[in-house]
Design a protein around this ligand. Sequence first.
Ligand SMILES: *[C@@H]1O[C@H](CO)[C@@H](O)[C@H](O)[C@H]1NC(C)=O
Ligand SMILES: *[C@@H]1O[C@H](CO)[C@@H](O)[C@H](O)[C@H]1NC(C)=O
Ligand SMILES: *[C@@H]1O[C@H](CO)[C@@H](O)[C@H](O)[C@H]1NC(C)=O
Length: 403
Amino acid sequence: MALPGLLLFSLALVLVGVVSAQHPLNTPNPSIKYPTQPPRQNPFIKPPGAGYGIQTQRPYNIAHRGANNVYPEESEQAYKLAIDLGADFIESDIQATKDGVLVCFHDIGLNLTTDVSTRPEFASKLTTYNDITGGDGTNTDWFLVDFTYDELKTLKLKQRFPYRDQSFNGQFSIITFERYIQIAQEANRVVGIYPEIKSPRFNKAHVQFPGGKSFEQAVVDLLNQYGYGGPYLTDRWLAKPLFIQCFAYTSLLEAKKYTDSPLVFLYDSLDARTQDTNETYASLSTDAAFDMLKSIGVVGLGPYKANIQPINTTTNYYSGKPNDFVTRAHNKGFEVHPYTYRADTPQLVFDLHGNFFNEFIYFDKVIGVDGFFTDFTESAFQYLEWTHPIFTKSDIYQTLIFQ
Ligand SMILES: *[C@@H]1O[C@H](CO)[C@@H](O)[C@H](O)[C@H]1NC(C)=O
Ligand SMILES: *[C@@H]1O[C@H](CO)[C@@H](O)[C@H](O)[C@H]1NC(C)=O
Ligand SMILES: *[C@@H]1O[C@H](CO)[C@@H](O)[C@H](O)[C@H]1NC(C)=O
């Protein structure tokens, strides 16, 4: 290229640069601002309002600890958001404070998901317990059962996973089981609840319940007080949907003394042992064990998803085909609600290409589960709505705001 040509070419490049810099999308416009509180509700999937019952024609969207992909788990905000984003059920872990108040919190220790370690007034409550069984976490912590409710409610929640939004840490408090029930009942449509009687052996060993009640009775009494009851899919159940879940079947048996609501037995990984009877979850996955669970009134099974679709933890690929757990459970008439469906990349096996919807297609269309415990209510709703639609064009149109 001759020198004048090169000069012209360079000039042209500069001009192209100037023109693209002036493109409106590249020009800051101070008059266009996102609201300071970003809209969290997706207008396309807000379910219709008053009078709309729970759907039973497609797998349940169970908001595991609320929409904790956005807000810290089990906070009022996480539950309300899950309701806005299309949950059929909001799910919670029920534990008890030192003075017997039932609260929503997952771990028996407070350190991982609250600010307790930064609170000098509670420094003396850091302790070590040697009666902690598998799955319940570390021995040294600040334990929920050592806090009165008045103390506990001063703590602030924080996000469990480092790869999620940390900006809401320090803003929200632990809520009571009663408040959780009220949040479901205050929704503008029927929203089910799915409380877990959490770590019953540990909670019972450390807490005296008012009136000498058992932990399970205390949980069920509050449910009864709020009008829950009735076998699965009866009119009474449909008006106030409820599943009571636990990893310990003796606690389900105890709960059953006080309620006819449907019970769900949860499965930890197959080699883990139950904290009440010290049996492996593998031994509770046989046909004979299914018959035993059926005989005590269990209607649903909640397996860890890798129990039904084995994963090679070395390679992070599925290791072979799904096993026959779901087929056998369906043959016995159980529903199967596996846990936990999470869209974050570190939580997905490589077979799925980092894509949450691939996991849903697989567990829905290939394995055929009846519900999904998921941290990602909104994505689950989208999958279910695209593949098993219930909302009409006018339902969706009504929820859009035109300004
Ligand atoms: C509590 O959590 C903090 C991180 O927030 C950690 O640095 C500390 O070691 C933890 N303390 C205990 C006793 O586990
Ligand atoms: C549970 O059973 C295993 C295997 O028999 C045994 O090693 C373990 O000590 C038992 N745990 C308790 C708490 O009894
Ligand atoms: C998991 O993958 C590794 C590496 O390919 C292999 O050696 C191992 O046998 C696999 N384990 C199972 C249980 O398939």
